[in-house]
Ligand binder design. Structure first.
Ligand code: ZN
Length: 229
């Protein structure tokens, strides 16, 4: 299952784990309340900007089992923020992290961006059947070729809004480098400054002749990722 909350916030259910990524549930596009999010196993935060850390404190409070996964310095910060450092799992960019009791492969990837705590990242989540890539906030970068080659994500969540991240022009090149089967656009339309739109990305990947589906999700929408392929 994949659910989009708007902005860069997603919920994934992979091999029985409920995962939130960049859980700014109370973003302007969302009708949902962070307090209603329950039974979370992992909260992954790609970098330390407020629109990605989002409602981590509220969700961590309401989900005492949930662990927070992030780059080391951000995990330390978030552990202090929730008043429970033991629940923050800090790793770094490279091979998949060892997370106690979790069979998924979760690897932090580079991102070309900034962050107040450690380096900004993206994340790859590989389950038995499906592999997801959430790029975090980033520009296009040649590393996407490596991410595509090593992890072969079928579903890529890519920022397209511009100004702070790629817009559809850069994102179309990112799609070429990553070769996913499906792109779910994110980080657009939340504010007027995030001007990129999924239809522009769709036209640009067609121009490049890429065999990929651009699958825009409405905030609050839930889908079965297998149906997207
Ligand atoms: Zn950011």
């Amino acid at each position: 299952m994949i659910k989009y909350y708007g902005h860069s916030a997603f919920e994934l259910h992979v091999d029985g784990y409920k995962i939130l990524i960049d859980p700014w549930i109370s973003n302007p596009l969302s009708q949902e309340k962070a307090a209603q999010v329950k039974d979370v196993d992992l909260i992954i935060v790609t970098h330390g900007h407020g629109d990605h850390v989002g409602d981590v404190a509220t969700i961590a409070r309401n989900n005492p089992r949930a662990r927070i996964v992030a780059i080391y310095e951000l995990a330390e910060h978030l552990g202090r923020l929730i008043g429970d450092p033991a629940r923050a799992v800090g790793g770094n960019i490279g091979g998949p992290m060892k997370i106690e009791g979790v069979s998924l492969k979760i690897a932090l990837t580079p991102a070309v961006h900034s962050s107040p705590y450690g380096a900004p990242t993206g994340v790859v989540i590989a389950g038995r059947e499906l592999t997801f890539y959430h790029a975090g906030d980033t520009s296009v970068m040649m590393d996407m070729k490596l991410i595509g080659e090593i992890y072969r994500p079928q579903i890529a969540m890519l920022p397209i809004g511009g100004h702070f991240t790629m817009d559809p022009v850069e994102a179309a090149k990112a799609v070429e480098l990553l070769s996913p089967r499906v792109v779910v656009p994110m980080h657009y339309a939340t504010f007027p400054v995030l001007y990129g739109r999924p239809e522009e990305l769709e036209a640009l990947v067609k121009q490049r002749g890429l065999p990929v589906k651009v699958r825009a999700m409405r905030p609050g929408e839930v889908a079965d990722p297998r149906d997207m392929l």
